[in-house]
Design a protein around this ligand. Structure first.
Ligand code: GLN
Length: 286
């Protein structure tokens, strides 16, 4: 007798995940079933009637059960796409978010592609910003700074995966105390932890229980690391250099004030995403 089809398993998995209340039950089921079968999503769609072997069913069941406990799909698969590149992710790093791509789009708009320069990525995590930056700017070198050795191991792996290991150097240091000379950088990017205490309590369990607190928790008002890293952005940038730091969508005015108080910047503005939400602070070193 034939085993259950792709269509059968998808339907069952979706219903199970919906009942467990996880985000995106249908998409999760598709991605996990594709993984269990070693297919991409397109081929899953093209082969809905394909019967599954007992082994395949049990593999799919294991993955879907993990998702049912709230584990994010990216962590189950061990990979996440960011800026069109695939990154390895583990529980030691923040899963790259699409909104963080804004920092790269800004850098891309302001700096010509073939410029040779040194950049720093403060709190690199998976290395997604540092690696994407090195891919975008073939003459750039990037210091990928993180305090977590486990995160740096993931970042290093991602530099190799994308062929930029020679230009992206993982550096173990506190993001507010980076061992690079004053004025050495043309560009500084940072995605600090900026979740405030009240927001942390409201995070979905998928984020709060599976992603590193170190990469999320920004203290009472969420701005501890913004305060710690803003002077470092000022110190690292050469005159005319640019800094882009991601912030939470209600932190624009407070974050701006932190940067403006430093007097090192001739311009500091809040950038918004396409939906109009405050997303980053952009600074120009005077
Ligand atoms: N945007 C992330 C979230 O809402 C937070 C990332 C961060 O603190 N840098 O889960």
């Amino acid at each position: 007798m034939n085993g259950p089809s792709v269509r059968d398993i998808l339907k069952k998995s979706e219903a199970f995940l919906a009942e467990r209340g996880v985000d995106c039950p249908r998409l999760s089921a598709e991605l996990l079933l594709a993984e269990a079968l070693g297919l991409d999503r397109l081929h899953l769609f093209l082969d809905m009637a394909r019967p599954l072997t007992a082994d395949e069913v049990s593999r799919a069941r294991d993955l879907v059960a993990r998702r049912g406990r709230g584990e994010p799909v990216a962590l189950i698969l061990g990979r996440k796409e960011f800026f069109g590149l695939e990154f390895r992710v583990t529980r030691d790093v923040l899963v790259p978010r699409p909104e963080t791509e804004l920092l790269l789009e800004e850098a891309q708009r302001d700096i010509p592609k073939d410029t040779a320069f040194l950049a720093a990525d403060l709190g690199t995590g998976s290395g997604c910003l540092a690696v994407a930056l090195a891919v975008l700017f073939p003459q750039a070198r990037v210091a990928a700074v993180d305090v977590s050795p486990a995160a740096l191991a993931v970042a290093r792996d991602n530099t190799q995966r994308h062929g930029v290991a020679e230009r992206v150097l993982p550096v173990r240091a506190d993001a507010g105390r980076c061992p690079l000379a004053d004025g050495s950088c043309r560009l500084v990017l940072a995605n600090p932890p900026y979740v405030s205490a009240p927001e942390f309590a409201g995070l979905s369990c998928e984020v709060r229980e599976f992603e590193p607190r170190l990469a999320l928790w920004g203290g009472g008002d969420g701005l501890d690391q913004v305060r710690a890293q803003a002077p470092e952005v000022a110190r690292l940038l050469a005159p005319g250099g640019l800094g882009f730091m991601e912030i939470g969508c209600s932190q624009g005015p407070a974050a701006l004030e932190i940067f403006q108080a430093l007097a090192a910047f001739s311009r500091a503005t809040v950038l918004r995403d396409l939906a109009g939400r405050q997303r980053a602070v952009a600074v120009l070193r005077g």
